[in-house]
Design a protein around this ligand. Structure first.
Ligand code: ZN
Length: 253
């Protein structure tokens, strides 16, 4: 599966060069090395999460409800898992904009100075673990097979590139239904509680919450991104790991 992930990175990188949404966002802003560390730690966090899941549900076999429809066709099970995990992770994302500590963890993801594919992996590992736990532990407790969770998790990981790629996507049907970069980049404007487009993979939940926003003609620039009340947010990797625990209080709306 790691090869699918690397393939997604390569395809996103090429698409960003061929048809960029904002050409300036293809230029390195002293964030290349830092984002590489984010990508590696993000992936190691997921391996740690999957190892813990495997140990809990396949080795010591903690009790589950055993109501997952294991006999349904593989594709249907994957879609069901994606829909439920997406709803749970979208809700986790929504409350991460409202709870102070979760916001400090999530602010690492919002500190970007450009929106490009690698941003999909730019998350504090504690918040990544929180997001994955919210999305997938309930499914395992329902009795979903561990291998299906792993497969679905990788599909979600590949989608994180699509939801941040600096690509000028023109397909309005896909933009309306999937949380692609064409709508998710609006989420990275300088807003916190009043942010839009929280969806991780689909836009249904934002449409239900009234937080969906789309504007195909919008032109977004670097100055509109980031965290409004923390313009000097640290750029380096180690500082970004520490900053959620330093107790700053955001006033952003
Ligand atoms: Zn957010």
């Amino acid at each position: 599966m790691i090869f699918f992930l690397l393939g997604a990175i390569l395809v996103s990188f090429l698409a960003e060069r061929i048809s960029p949404f904002n050409a300036d966002w293809n230029r390195n802003k002293n964030d290349g090395v830092r984002d590489f560390f984010h990508a590696v730690v993000n992936h190691l966090t997921m391996i740690g999460f999957m190892t813990a899941v495997y140990y809990l549900f396949d080795v010591i076999k903690i009790p589950t409800l055993q109501v997952w429809p294991r006999t349904w066709p593989f594709f249907v099970q994957v879609m069901l898992a994606l829909l439920i995990a997406d709803a749970l992770m979208t809700f986790a994302h929504y409350i991460s904009h409202r709870n102070e500590f979760l916001w400090r963890l999530h602010s690492v993801h919002h500190s970007v100075k450009r929106v490009y594919a690698f941003n999909g992996l730019m998350k504090h590992p504690v918040h990544k673990f929180f997001e994955a736990s919210c999305g997938f532990i309930p499914l395992f407790l329902l009795g979903m097979p561990v291998w299906l969770g792993f497969f679905t998790g990788y599909v979600a990981a590949i989608h994180f590139f699509l939801s941040h790629a600096n690509v000028n996507m023109k397909n309005r049907f896909l933009s309306k239904s999937l949380a692609l970069a064409s709508v998710h980049r609006f989420h990275h404007l300088q807003k916190r509680r009043s942010a839009v487009n929280y969806g991780i993979m689909f836009n249904f939940w934002d449409m239900m919450l009234g937080t969906f926003h789309d504007d195909p003609k919008a032109v977004l620039v670097t100055e509109e991104l980031g965290i409004r009340d923390y313009p000097d947010y640290p750029d380096d990797y180690l500082s970004q790991m520490i900053i959620p625990f330093r107790g700053w209080r955001s006033k952003s709306e």
